[in-house]
Structure formats: C-alpha cells, structure tokens
Design a protein around this ligand. Structure first.
Ligand code: GDP
Ligand code: MG
Length: 179
C-alpha cells in the first residue's frame, strides 16, 4: 500500500468520434453500443478494488473535445493525474489532434514529459482499405520521441480495451488485476 494514491483522476481526450466514450463503456460495463451517444462531459467515479486488496477512488473523465472556453480544458488538464490521448486509426486528422493536445499538456504542466498513453482506437478497422495511419510510424513517434505509452485497441470488439486502462493505472501507480 506504500505510495498508492487514495484518489486518481484519468482523463480521455481526443477529437470527437474517435471512441473515447466507447472505450470507457468497455472498461466499466464490457459493452459496445452502436448508436452515437453525444457526450458533453461525464465524470465516472468508482471505488476501484486494487490488486493489493485496498480501494482507490477512481475518477474517469470523459470529455467532448468541444470546450466553449479554453480555461475549461486548462482546468481539466491541471486536475488530471494521467492522460489517454485517443485517435482513430482510420483518421490521420485525429492524430494531429493528439499532437496538439500533448503540446498543450506539456505547456500547462511544464517539463518534457507527462503521464500520457496514446491510444489508437478502432483497430478493428486495421484491414480496411485505405487505412490512413500506420501503427509502426505512430509507435516510433510516441514511444521513441515522446517517451509515452502507445496502445492499439478496439472498443467495438473489446480487443485490448483493458490494455488502455492497464497502461493508465500503471502510470498513476494503482495496482490492478487487469491482464
Ligand atoms: P467519442 O466522441 O470519442 O466519445 O466517440 P464515441 O465513443 O461516441 O464513438 C464514436 C463513433 O465511433 C460511434 O459511432 C462508435 O460506435 C464508433 N466506435 C467507437 N469505438 C469504435 C471501435 O473500436 N471500432 C469501430 N469500428 N467503431 C468504433
Ligand atoms: Mg464521447
């Protein structure tokens, strides 16, 4: 229990439509829904049972990407302990948004790195014709240049959705049982 925080806040940021809400729904309910549910901003709060038989208050902030005021995003960044920056593997523009968000996080927090996990979601579309982003290129940027985590996942199939939260929980030192 040494050093385990009592409360952590994880935030998912990224362009609209990349699957932030779907990934959270996978983690919390192991479900996927096809209809598009527009999120304004939702804070999921749970008492999380840690692997060392304790609990941590886990807050997962689901953002919409369309903040009316920059000050709101600034607050959100300052008050979070780890960041999932989500893009969709079939949408190169959404990775540009990840770059922008990382710059903003580093600027606000100061320093050269931050607890960031970059998530390439919709990996079920990997075989789709015209897939626009190559995981190998993104991985070399994220792991090589940024020294951040990189995971690919599919909220749709559930493939490696837990890997997203495993990476985030590791970044905030919460012992977990996610395999
Ligand atoms: P958000 O705006 O980032 O919260 O994105 P949503 O979770 O609302 O998802 C946006 C759209 O992408 C919805 O139509 C989802 O059904 C779809 N979607 C989300 N995750 C996946 C995925 O892993 N694969 C595929 N093919 N579609 C997904
Ligand atoms: Mg959403």
């Amino acid at each position: 229990t040494s050093g385990r925080p009592n409360k952590v806040r994880l935030v998912l940021l990224g362009a609209a439509g990349v699957g932030k809400s779907a990934l959270i729904r996978r983690f919390l309910h192991n479900r996927f829904e096809h209809e598009y549910l527009r999120t304004v901003e939702e804070l999921h709060v749970l008492e999380y049972d840690t692997a060392d038989s304790a609990t941590t208050r886990l807050e997962i902030l689901d953002t919409s990407g369309s903040y009316s005021f920059p000050a709101m995003r600034e607050l959100c960044i300052r008050h979070s302990d780890a960041f999932a920056l989500v893009y969709a593997v079939d949408d190169p523009g959404s990775f540009q948004e990840v770059r922008r968000l990382r710059d903003e996080i580093l600027e606000l927090r100061g320093g050269k790195s931050a607890p960031i996990t970059v998530v390439g979601n919709k990996s079920d579309l990997t075989e789709a014709e015209g897939r626009a982003l190559l995981a190998a290129d993104v991985m070399s940027t994220v792991e090589g240049e940024w020294d951040a985590n990189f995971v690919e996942a599919s909220a749709r199939t559930g493939g490696n959705a837990m890997g997203v939260f495993r990476a985030l929980l590791q970044q905030v030192d919460v012992p977990h049982r996610l395999s």
